[in-house]
Design a protein around this ligand. Structure first.
Ligand code: ATP
Ligand code: HMH
Length: 268
């Protein structure tokens, strides 16, 4: 049996909707063996983030070493990295173990506004990690921080994608979840030559906790199987659409998406 393996380097969300939990559930649903290197523990639920406890840099490094020296990973995803020190150490390990299918989800704040990345770490993200990335998947506010530009129109988004590409990333996906003007949720992909658009019906719901993590994890799982970036984004878009649509309705705030919805609609 050919077993595909993916590693997520991210924070824990005790509420199970985002972070490492969303990543591992998504890998499993897409039939990829999931492994994890935890960067931080958050006490979190659908109402917000109650606590953030980063792990020592050595702990992050050792987890990546343990996985890489034995099991190996066909693709890697990074999520919440919290500090410049963790980012630099992760980038070193990615180079050392030649983990060259890398999806960077540049997580900065939780939906309720709690910071998951220290402000001074943005520079480290751009300098050390983005040049190693196969794909970077910012939402609109993250793309604004990374490019230092305001994004209002689709033209602004295309320009931001070009600037992110110039930092050395191979593919840029700027997600449209935060652009709630229209009837559609449009994600844009730039590969240095052309733009592709992934469009779905925008769903009216407050239960979108962890959509970004889930979407990037689905891209990672598909890259682990050897799919092209375009194919991977297409599957990820269908996966997240199903997960938002088939609402679980749990928790008292911004609830999680349904990670098993895609299997009911699309698999076999
Ligand atoms: N209301 C919605 N209806 C349909 N698709 C959506 C909706 N909201 C987000 N999406 C899709 O979900 C994916 C994630 O986008 P989004 O911009 O919400 O990420 P994010 O802000 O990083 O998420 P989070 O920080 O909660 O993890 C994208 O594919 C986007 O198009
Ligand atoms: C641990 C963690 N990672 C990422 C996000 C972003 O959704 C979150 N809320 N929590």
């Amino acid at each position: 049996m050919n077993v595909y393996k993916a590693l997520t380097i991210a924070g824990s969300d005790s509420g199970g909707g985002a972070g490492i939990q969303a990543d591992l559930k998504t890998f499993q649903e897409l039939e990829v063996f999931g492994m994890s290197a935890l960067t931080a523990v958050t006490a979190q639920n659908t109402l917000g983030v109650q606590g953030v406890y980063p792990l020592p840099v050595e702990a992050v490094v050792q987890q990546i070493e343990s996985v890489s020296t034995d099991l190996g990973a066909d693709a890697v995803k990074t999520g919440m990295l919290f500090s410049a020190e963790i980012i630099q150490a992760v980038a070193e390990k990615i180079k050392q173990f030649q983990l060259n299918r890398l999806v960077v989800d540049p997580v900065m704040v939780a939906k309720g506004g709690a910071p998951l990345l220290q402000q001074e770490a943005v520079h480290a993200l751009k300098t050390y990690l983005l040049p190693l990335a196969t794909v970077v998947t910012p939402n609109i506010p993250e793309a604004e921080v990374l490019t230092n530009r305001t994004i209002r129109t689709l033209d602004d988004r295309r320009e931001a994608a070009k600037r992110l590409y110039d930092l050395g990333v191979q593919h840029v996906v700027i997600k449209g979840g935060h652009d709630d003007d229209g009837e559609e949720a449009v994600d844009l992909l730039y590969d240095g030559h052309e733009f592709s658009y992934f469009t779905s019906k925008r769903i009216e719901t407050m239960h979108t906790h962890g959509t970004g993590c889930t979407f990037a994890a689905a891209i990672t799982a598909e890259l682990a199987k050897g799919r092209t970036v375009k194919e991977a984004v297409e599957t990820a878009k269908a996966f997240i659409q199903a997960a938002i649509e088939d609402e679980l309705g749990i928790g008292h705030g911004h609830g999680p998406t349904n990670h098993w919805a895609y299997r009911k609609t699309f698999v076999r």
